[in-house]
Design a protein around this ligand. Structure first.
Ligand SMILES: Cc1ncc(COP(=O)(O)O)c(C=O)c1O
Length: 381
């Protein structure tokens, strides 16, 4: 019998955070099961799984896929990448988990965007390193202030995390930002984890990777994957590109955890990268339309003001003028209006005053959500 026995967790578990999107998804599903009609704007849709390879493969991924990825990254980032620099993992997330686990420890500082993908801060804290948030500023279209970055870099800085296009703000770093970030790092032996999972979802401008900058390849871990570009979130397919010696260590973490990425998902990944890319362009055009509808609609709602995000599929309206704290407003919108959005604070302390809406949903549902939020604010503000 386990009843009454204390669960004796390791103390490090207190430092592990979460990703609220998954909790809101569970709550929204529960409300739906209870007969409520919920509009899902919190998480991207998951495509159906289909059959294929069903046995173990190499921890770093199938060679054929690593070759295709090496070629893709060489072309898109204008660097020469070889398959031994590629590690295939189940989704983009394990590259965050493994890179931080492999590189950061007590006494090290890790700089990361805030508001930002919550797993960065969670993992930095989990490994006992010091979390050094860099604020993304609305007035800079949610890019970072380079002078603030320079002020944060010191001898204890081990890793800098960049994310462009960005979750949750939709901010996109420009060429000048990337150049200046590289200059701020200079000759220092600091690694950069460049989370480029939304690299193909840019509506204005181009994607720029710090990996492309002379002298930065050896110090960059590029994270990309299939979840966002090909709506393959449920296939669990992502990869990291990094110097081969680090790739060996990250593969060892794979051997110690999942053994390998599901082989049939990898075959699907090869098809996705090699196949026609028309669907990627079509989805980008579609997300742009949805973004425009969402931003225009939010800007008409009392207390909301929303900048036009240049990438990814999120919008991040400022809701300070409502007078409501973000979390309370997100809860009220789900409970009273049947709209699942996330509080900006789910992405860090600097997310207070904002909500995040995903536009990975139909225009029809986006309009329905906007009507509901507007009706709610009319009644309650
Ligand atoms: C910035 C960012 N990085 C990484 C991930 C993880 O992607 P995956 O679902 O492939 O693990 C996400 C997913 O939301 C994300 O927004």
């Amino acid at each position: 019998m386990t009843k009454g026995r204390e669960l004796r967790l390791a103390s490090r578990m207190e430092r592990l955070g979460t990703e609220t999107a998954f909790e809101v998804l569970v709550k929204a599903k529960a409300l739906e099961a209870a007969g409520r009609d919920i509009v899902h704007l919190e998480i991207a849709a998951v495509d159906a799984l289909h059959k294929g390879f069903t046995h173990y493969g190499p921890s770093a991924g199938l060679m054929e896929l690593r070759e295709v990825i090496a070629q893709h990254v060489s072309e898109t980032r204008r660097v020469n990448v070889t398959p031994d620099e590629v590690v295939v993992v189940p989704g983009g997330k394990p590259i965050i988990f493994f890179s931080i686990l492999a590189l950061a420890e007590q006494g090290d500082e890790v700089i990361y965007p805030n508001p930002g993908f919550p797993i960065y801060e969670s993992m930095i804290n989990y490994v006992g390193a010091k979390a050094m948030p860099i604020r993304l500023r609305e007035e800079l279209d949610f890019r970072l202030d380079i002078d603030e970055l320079v002020a944060l870099i010191n001898d204890r800085t081990k890793l800098i995390i960049l994310n462009s296009p960005q979750n949750p703000t939709g901010g996109v770093l420009e060429k000048i930002d990337i150049d200046r970030i590289a200059q701020s790092i200079g000759d220092r032996n600091i690694m950069v984890l460049s989370d480029e999972i939304y690299s193909r979802l840019i509506f204005e401008g181009e994607h720029h990777s710090i990996m492309s900058i002379d002298g930065m390849k050896e110090r960059t871990i590029l994270l990309d994957g299939f979840s966002k570009t090909y709506a393959m979130t449920g296939w669990r397919m992502g990869y990291g590109v990094m110097r081969p010696d680090l790739a060996t260590h990250i593969s060892r973490l794979m051997t110690n955890s999942s053994s390998c990425t599901a082989s049939f998902s990898q075959i699907a990944g090869i098809e996705a990268l090699r196949g026609p890319q028309k669907s990627v362009d079509a989805m980008r055009a579609e997300f742009k339309k949805r973004r425009d509808v969402m931003v225009a609609g939010l800007n008409k709602i009392k207390g909301f003001s929303c900048r036009l995000p240049h990438g990814a599929f999120y919008v991040f309206p400022n809701i300070r003028a409502t007078g409501w704290p973000s979390k309370k407003l997100a809860d009220a919108l789900l409970d009273d209006a049947g709209v699942a959005a996330l509080s900006g604070t789910a992405f860090g302390d600097f997310g207070e005053g904002y909500l995040r809406f995903s536009v990975a949903n139909s225009i029809e549902n986006i309009e329905k959500a906007l009507d509901r939020v507007a009706a709610w604010t009319d009644k309650n503000l």
